[in-house]
Design a binder for this molecule. Structure first.
Ligand code: SF4
Length: 371
């Protein structure tokens, strides 16, 4: 984040856009929360040796006994990915949960994602093994400042990246993912669009539309740390490598990448491309997964591997406790669930069609109204 203080991407935002976000960054709560997660991550990294296979067996035994579904985000540690029923991105996992007959869902990912599962499947018990596992980006916007942002731009639709809390989704017009953000923005009948909370994704979408994107000044603490010089260095060392960046990377990194893909797009690209050497600018857990799935290819990280400390703060023993003690239950108020579903449903109708939406939401007890 520092390198761009005086850089090109910052200059793409007005002083006013940055000021809204500063209200959150400067707050004591924000700083305290993130100091806490870093300590937790360091402590868990140094955890005493456990018999991993034994703990995994115990988790699978209880999972079977209780009839639970274990979902793992791509950025989880390998030991958790290995025991999960599904590994994927946040939307894929929310859909897997909705399709599953299991009532218990142990969600190994961050808080807003677990909330997303609850919003789609309110009848299920959603357990997050560590409540502290939040998201730097999702915490860069809240209801109060979003309302001010909307007041400043009355009547402008709000496109909300899926990486947000349910209460923020509830106050937005339509959701998007990094895979469908361009399609979603283009579907909106408005010359100007407010885009929250990731300014890099908003600026990426701006490349493909004449609509004016007014981005919030939030970013991902993992993807924003890739630097243009990392790509320059990688290309000089590996001129035969194709470089793939995530759209949460800065505009300067996007400019230098050969390809830009969402998480799911990266997995597909690695599988289908004829390139034998691929360098990714994304979280190291996903790079590990791609490496495992493509043993015939050389898979590199652009620059040093980047870790999401929130994701990695969830350990195998936390998953075991979550299953045993049925904790920590994710609760979202009913009215927020109903309102947060509207932008999600609108997105899914556009990206996957109405039949898909009907199928996914048909098992749930919550009200849905398809447009
Ligand atoms: S990788 Fe970035 S956006 Fe994803 S959970 Fe971590 S901080 Fe949030």
């Amino acid at each position: 984040m520092n390198e761009d203080k005086n850089g090109k991407s910052s200059a793409l935002l007005t002083e006013e856009q940055r000021e809204y976000a500063r209200q959150i960054f400067k707050s004591k709560d924000y700083a305290e929360k993130w100091k806490g997660i870093s300590t937790l991550f360091l402590k868990t990294k140094a955890e005493s040796s456990i018999d991993t296979k034994e703990v995994q067996r115990e988790i699978l035994r209880i999972k079977k006994e209780k009839g639970a579904l274990i979902l793992s985000h791509n950025y989880m540690i390998l030991e958790i990915q290995e025991i999960a029923d599904f590994v994927g991105d946040s939307l894929e996992l929310a859909i897997k949960a909705a399709e599953s007959p299991y009532e218990f869902v142990v969600f190994c990912g961050v808080h807003f994602m677990a909330e997303g599962v609850k919003v789609v499947s309110p009848e299920k018990t959603v357990l997050l093994p560590r409540l502290e596992a939040g998201c730097f980006m999702a915490d860069m916007i809240n209801l109060e400042v979003l309302k001010k942002f909307k007041e400043k731009h009355p009547g402008k639709p709000v496109v909300c990246y899926i990486n947000t809390d349910a209460v923020v989704k509830a106050e937005s017009d339509i959701c998007c993912t990094s895979a469908n953000a361009v399609q979603i923005v283009k579907s909106i009948d408005s010359d100007e669009v407010l885009f929250i909370p990731d300014r890099n994704l908003g600026l990426y979408v701006q490349r493909f539309t004449k609509q004016k994107i007014i981005p919030w000044d939030g970013w991902c603490n993992v993807h924003h740390r890739f630097r243009p010089q990392d790509i320059v260095k990688l290309k000089s060392q590996h001129p035969d490598a194709v470089v793939v960046a995530h759209p949460e990377c800065s505009p300067e990194v996007i400019d230098l990448a050969d390809e830009v893909f969402s998480t799911g797009g990266m997995v597909r690209f690695a599988r289908e491309t004829k390139h034998k050497k691929i360098a990714f600018a994304t979280e190291e857990g996903l790079i590990d997964r791609i490496r495992r799935e493509n043993p015939d290819k050389i898979i590199l990280s652009v620059g040093s591997p980047k870790t999401c400390v929130n994701m990695k703060s969830i350990r195998l023993l936390d998953v075991l406790s979550a299953l045993k003690e049925e904790k920590y239950k994710i609760e979202v108020p009913e009215d927020i669930i109903e309102r947060a579903r509207v932008p999600l449903i609108k997105m899914l109708e556009i990206s996957k069609g109405k039949d898909f939406v009907r199928k996914i939401f048909s098992t749930s007890g919550a009200k849905i109204s398809l447009s």
